[in-house]
Design a protein around this ligand. Structure first.
Ligand code: RIB
Length: 307
């Protein structure tokens, strides 16, 4: 299987805290650490660990973080041939505050080079994108580039998964290019103006997005699992129960495992079940990439936790 990702690449700066601050409050934390992150990069590393040949299309700055992040891709066997080192700005940076009691986080991002990922970068990578089974996209690069990449992939018959994170509204044009849209509760609410408090609300929102032209919508509901919604059916897939350390990157693990499973021909419901398992494994370790499972780890977990 081949997966291409056009997306963001960050160095994540973590601080662990006894509780998350409210505006104006200072909370003393500990355990400062820097770890590779960025939704695009996390999804690329995850796809590669799960056994897909993986192309990363994106930009880092000409700085020490960029060097480290490219090295991290190489260590994880991600193909960086279509990446650029941008001399005009810094590498994308994320500050992550982690509540060590609940594993919940607050994230802010300075996108830097991410925001220079352009249609030209997509054109340069079309060889790889056309050869891919799946193109995986998120919303940490300019929206015009996301729409352009989705359109070019769709024209070539490549299935597009859009993880609409972080939450932002989408232009109507993009929906018809999308095979699977994977919002969480907050993102789905923003895209549909439906306040999602129950599974029924999720189905309503999903149907609305299907009417806009998407083949499948999967709304991820954290500990409540995921809802798969298509024109013809709705399925609830329960979450796996694990000890939560850090929820950062759960969505990235989910989307990558979904992409790899669809690339290898699994149906959408089975792919979603596998994606739930990958997300469960990711949240058992600190860092957006530390818990991303290898294929063997994921298969072992699925064997132990038959649903
Ligand atoms: O999805 C998690 C990621 O979001 C983090 O790695 C951080 O960089 C932000 O982009």
């Amino acid at each position: 299987m081949i997966v291409a990702i056009v997306g963001s690449i960050h160095m994540d700066f973590y601080i662990r805290l006894p509780k998350l601050p409210v505006p104006g409050e200072t909370v003393l934390g500990h355990g400062f650490t820097m770890l590779p992150g960025g939704k695009g990069a996390n999804q690329a590393v995850a796809c590669s660990r799960l056994g897909a040949y993986t192309y990363m299309v994106g930009r880092v700055g000409n700085d020490i973080f960029g060097e480290k992040l490219i090295e991290n891709f190489r260590k994880n066997n991600v193909d960086t041939k279509y990446m650029e080192v941008d001399k005009t700005t810094h590498t994308g940076i994320a500050f992550i505050l982690l509540d060590e009691k609940t594993g919940e986080n607050m994230i802010t991002v300075a996108p830097g080079a991410d925001y220079n990922v352009s249609a030209k970068d997509v054109d340069n990578a079309m060889d790889a994108i056309s050869r891919s089974d799946i193109l995986l996209l998120q919303l940490e690069i300019p929206i015009d580039t996301v729409v352009y990449a989705a359109k070019r992939a769709w024209e070539k018959g490549v299935r597009v998964i859009l993880n609409p994170a972080p939450a932002a509204s989408l232009p109507d044009e993009i929906y018809r290019y999308i095979h699977v849209l994977t919002p969480n509760r907050v993102e789905a609410s923003l895209l549909t103006n439906i306040n999602i408090e129950s599974r029924e609300d999720a189905v309503k929102a999903g149907k609305l997005l299907i009417d806009k032209g998407v083949d499948y919508v999967i709304i991820t509901l954290g500990a409540e699992g995921s809802m798969v919604i298509s024109k013809d059916f709705v399925r609830h897939i329960p979450a796996y129960k694990v000890e939560v350390v850090d929820t950062t990157g759960a969505g990235d693990a989910f989307n990558a495992a979904l992409a790899v499973s669809l690339a290898e021909g699994k149906d959408i419901v089975e792919a979603c079940r596998i994606a739930n398992a990958a997300a469960a494994l990711q949240i058992t370790k600190l860092g957006a990439q530390s818990g991303l499972p290898t294929r063997e780890e994921l298969e072992e977990f699925l064997r132990k936790h038959r649903q």
